[in-house]
Design a protein around this ligand. Sequence first.
Ligand SMILES: [Zn+2]
Length: 490
Amino acid sequence: MKKLVSFLLVIVSVFSAVFIVGCKGCKKPESVNCHDYKINVTFDDKNMLLTGYEVVTFYNYTDTTITELKFNLYGNAYREGAKFAPILCGQTALAYPNGLNYGYMTVDGVEVLGSQVDYSIGGDDKNVLIIPLSTEIFPEESITVKIDFTLKLTNSLTRTGYNDKTINLGNFYPILCAYADDGFKECLYYPIGDPFYSDYANYTVTLTLNEGFNVCSSGVLFDSKKVDGTATLTYKIQNAKDFAFVLSDCFDMVTGSVNGITVNYYYVTDTEPKLTLNSAIDAIKTFSNLFGDYPYKTFSVAETGFYQGGMEYPAMVMISDALQDRSAISEVTVHETAHQWWYALVGNDEVNYAFLDEGLTEYSVALFYELNPNYGFTRAEVIGMAHKSYQTYCSIYDRLFGGKDTSMCRSLSQFTSEYEYVNIAYIKGALMFDYLRIAVSDEVFFKGLKNYVKNYSFKNATPDALFGTFEALADTNGFFNSWVSGEVVI
Ligand SMILES: [Zn+2]
């Protein structure tokens, strides 16, 4: 996500502010390295309801026998009475300009091996669907389940909300919890950061809706049918951690291409859409050269109602229609595009190690400015701003709270404010990479980033994965330890 607290403007703004389809026991095909979703949903724009089902094939690539599956139900965090509201109290008025209102996600039935099963809704906040399996799934085997579900959207500028112009369908379906450290990782919808952690999957998503809508999506349009005023659209994407849509009946679109990738910009109010499109294209060009090829066939940017600066999904990002200033629109577009490498291509646990993707993404923005001087900022200016922001954060916390926690490996639940989160995960994260670059040389730094991408494409990387990649090139373990532990004084 990109906070409205801009990298460049952070100092001044903080105070202004189955049926069973498959079979149990199928061997995982050699060519498949991830799960599979076939989602079929219908959108009712009168009632803002999404209903349908998903057929999910779980491949057991762990070395453990699996006896149950768990899915995160992010949409249920928007319900009345949720213990973990998805929006901070202080941002409720911003996110719900027409007043606080509620949505929900319900599971309406689950079939495994052709039979309805007694699933349960658990987790700490009714945020997890638990499906017991009557047969054990051994390593290298797979199981397919069908889940019927309903999503009710809120009238809000959130990832899963609508306003009078745009409809955000982020996190719109039950998604398999990532499997790590001998268990499925349940995610609570913390209001700070992006509380998401999933494994890679291939997606085929069919959406039926009134044909007056333009659809911005992860993935490539594979099939399209129009019957009696409704459109049925099928999209596909391979090796993705998630899938999302933004819908609007007033979207215009401009299209370009770079390195054989189609880049679409769906906009509503942007008066200079080609400039925004060019920022996305320039970012893809820059980051492909620096880190490795962009991983998908398309990249779509949606200008939409969103209470933060922007939000990333695989092959698709949201940027807020509240961004007025050209440099802010460019910066958010570049930031979200960088997430296609740090989050979409090289994944991570965004709940516990947010600095991995946000720090690298924010530093990628600094690299973008360095290599694209026509955008009007230098590396020295950007890093200088980051220094000032971080030092201001430190002095404020020292003064107000008598000290500060500058450790970087911590859960979203351990940040006391969004201000602290931005300064640790984004700003300190970006500074760490700039100091690393100075310490090891440009040659080693960029080789390390390329190796990180090569070694962890379509995998969830850990901090040790990042540190180990650089340690293989230079003596950097002490450097990283001092930064993430909070010992280093900047
Ligand atoms: Zn971000």
